[in-house]
Structures are given as structure tokens and as C-alpha cells.
Write a protein that binds this ligand. Structure first.
Ligand code: KG4
Ligand code: ZN
Length: 331
């Protein structure tokens, strides 16, 4: 079964064609991050205006390569996200599915990040699983008993992990998006001590919630208190210890959840899943009998392929007329 998947919840526009939830036949992502770099973050109106320009040309590229007869269904992420961006993807796909008379599936963007781990794999990951979704807008831990059965275990009480990366990067005068920049600088730092000057918020609490806002503030306070000049060496040091705090918290809580629910797999999804230090720590912390899955970098950030994969495993067909964009959709 071949599904066209379209993603437009935030600043990316992703269009993909995926066979049986796994084999990616076509995948293109247009991002407005170059334009948004000027502003140091997402400006919803600017993101949506860029998406209007690219969505039809991207879908046209699919139709030029693959006859629409070969496409079995159309899928789109309908939330959560920015309303202007969501409307562009949802309304475009609704019209196209009516015109081409294709079955239509609405996909929860957060669940789709989980399915990014099914793309391009040789053997399918096993359930039940714990999913850690870490992006610019979300930090959530979920228990996935079977396909479509997501139970929310905890999430951030304030900033999302990616948001904390972006805000600290901005304070360090690094480019947007901040995550890859922080990772780059952190990887160039050779720590002489394991003593981290920054806190590990909620590390020892029994719940599975996160909090990153205080960590971000402590980075700022540390720089001010120690009158640090933001030269190359100091930026590398701050990036390293900040990243270390974030990944230690993420891994510790994920491991607690995996143990509690005795799962077969741990899935990580969302833009922060592209972080190599997070992946290394997660892999070295998990037990032998649990599979750890990180998507390849192209599928860690927002993309259309994960939407098509999620649609394949949860074929909730809906009359296109009845689907509305939902900025506040949850697990
Ligand atoms: O999933 P995503 O593309 O969009 C949202 O739905 O938010 O995630 C984007 C977020 C940004 O905050 C970005 O800084 C972060 O993912 N990110 C990273 C890395 N690459 C992207 N964070 C840490 N390390 C990375 N290598
Ligand atoms: Zn996302």
C-alpha cells in the first residue's frame, strides 16, 4: 500500500510517498529555517507564507514521478502545531483527496514522530514500547501498548527540550535552530571534570515529567555571575554541560519508564533525536533485551514520510470534509 504523507505543522513542509509504512519512495522537506534565522526563531506568519509557496510544487514533483493511480491514500498531520501552518497542509490535502477521489487519513503529528522509527528498517521494531518525543514544541514520554494505543506518562512542565536548546543557543549568539549548533560546540569540548555546574531538574522525582526552563535560567545566571565572555572556549564549555544536563534527564526518565512498563523497545523521535550525544547515552544505558531506535536524521526532524508511516499503521479513514486542523491536539 502506497501513502502520500504531508507535514506542515510548524516551519517545515514535508511531502513523501511511503510503501507499507516502511519503504520511502519519495521524501522532500522544504524548511524556512534560513529565513527564520534572521529572526532567531519561528515567526508563524512568515513560516506559513513560505509553506503556501512550496506545498503545491512539492506535491507536483511526486505526481510527476508516480502516477496518482499508484497512490492508495492521502494522509496529513492535522495537529498539534501552528494554526496558519496546519491549515495549509490540511486544506490542501482535503481538496486533493476529493479531486483525486483518494481515501483520506488525518494523523496526529506527535504519534507520527514515533513512527519515524519504522522508516527504512530491515526488521520492524517490537511493541510494547516507550516513546520519547523531543522536539522544539514537545517533550513527552508515552507508553505504546500496540499500534494506535498511546498512553501519556509525562511531559515538560515548561519549555520543551528543543526549545531550551534554541533559547540557550540564542543566548550564546549561535544560529537558529540551536540544537545542532549546541551539539557542534559541545562535541569540541574536552571536559577535565565531570562536575556539571548546571542542575538536573526533576531528575530524582518519582514522576515522569520534565522541566527545562530553570536549567536555561541557570545557564544565563552562571554566565552573568562568573562574568564569562562568550568566546569560543566558553561557548564550547557551556554547550557541553548544558547538553549533558538535558540528555541525562531525558535518558534517566526514559529508562525509569522502560523499566516500569517492561517494554521491548525504546523509540526516540523529534528534532532533538538527531542529537548524537543523546543517542550514545541512551544506547549505553538501556538493558540488553530492549531495542533502542533513533530515526535517521532526515526523519528525526519534521517530515512527510513519518506521517505516511503513521497513517499506514492507523488507517483511520475520514471524509475530508470532516477533518479540521487542531493546534491543541494531544496524545
Ligand atoms: O521536530 P522538529 O523538527 O520540529 C518541531 O516539531 O519542533 O524539532 C526541531 C527542534 C529544534 O528545537 C532544534 O533545535 C532541535 O529540534 N534539534 C536538535 C538537534 N537537531 C535539531 N536539538 C539537539 N541536537 C540536535 N542535533
Ligand atoms: Zn515535530
Amino acid at each position: 500500500m502506497i501513502i502520500l504523507g504531508v507535514e506542515s505543522t510548524c516551519d517545515e513542509t514535508g511531502v513523501a510517498l511511503v510503501e507499507n509504512g516502511t519503504k520511502v519512495l519519495f521524501n522532500k522537506i522544504a524548511s524556512s529555517s534560513d529565513i527564520l534565522q534572521k529572526y532567531g526563531g519561528i515567526v508563524p506568519e512568515v513560516a506559513a507564507r513560505e509553506q503556501i509557496k512550496v506545498i503545491i510544487p512539492l506535491i507536483r514533483q511526486v505526481f510527476e514521478k508516480y502516477s496518482t493511480d499508484k497512490i492508495d491514500a492521502f494522509a496529513v498531520s492535522y495537529g498539534p502545531g501552528l494554526i496558519g501552518s496546519l491549515l495549509i497542509g490540511v486544506e490542501t490535502l482535503k481538496v486533493l483527496s476529493l479531486v483525486y477521489k483518494k481515501p483520506f487519513i488525518g494523523v496526529n503529528h506527535l504519534e507520527a514522530h514515533f513512527y519515524s522509527n519504522f522508516l527504512g528498517v530491515k526488521s520492524l521494531p517490537k511493541l510494547p514500547a516507550i516513546g520519547l518525543i523531543v522536539s522544539g514544541g514537545h517533550t513527552d514520554l508515552v507508553y505504546v501498548k500496540k499500534h494506535g494505543d498511546f498512553f501519556h506518562l509525562g511531559g515538560t512542565l515548561d519549555d520543551a527540550a528543543g526549545e531550551a536548546f534554541d533559547k540557550v543557543a540564542r543566548y550564546l549568539n549561535l544560529k537558529y535552530p540551536g540544537g545542532p549548533e549546541i551539539e557542534k560546540y559541545a562535541s569540541q569540548f574536552l571536559p577535565k571534570t565531570n562536575i556539571n555546574p548546571f542542575p538536573l531538574p526533576l531528575l530524582l522525582t518519582d514522576d515522569l515529567n520534565f522541566s527545562f526552563s530553570g536549567l536555561k535560567t541557570s545557564v544565563v545566571n552562571y554566565i552573568v555571575k562568573n562574568k564569562l565572555i562568550l568566546n569560543n572556549n566558553n561557548v564550547k564549555m557551556i554547550a557541553y554541560y548544558f547538553q549533558q544536563s538535558v540528555i541525562e534527564i531525558l535518558v534517566k526518565k526514559t529508562m525509569s519508564a522502560a523499566k516500569k512498563y517492561n517494554v521491548k523497545s525504546v523509540f526516540v523521535g523529534g528534532g532533538v533525536a538527531a542529537n548524537g550525544a543523546l543517542e550514545n547515552l541512551m544506547r549505553s544505558s538501556v538493558g540488553k533485551n530492549v531495542g533502542v531506535y533513533f530515526p535517521v536524521k532526515t526523519f528525526a526532524v519534521d517530515n512527510g514520510a513519518m506521517i505516511a508511516a503513521a497513517a499506514f499503521y492507523n488507517k483511520h479513514y475520514i471524509n475530508p470534509i470532516l477533518l479540521s486542523a487542531n493546534p491543541n491536539l494531544r496524545f
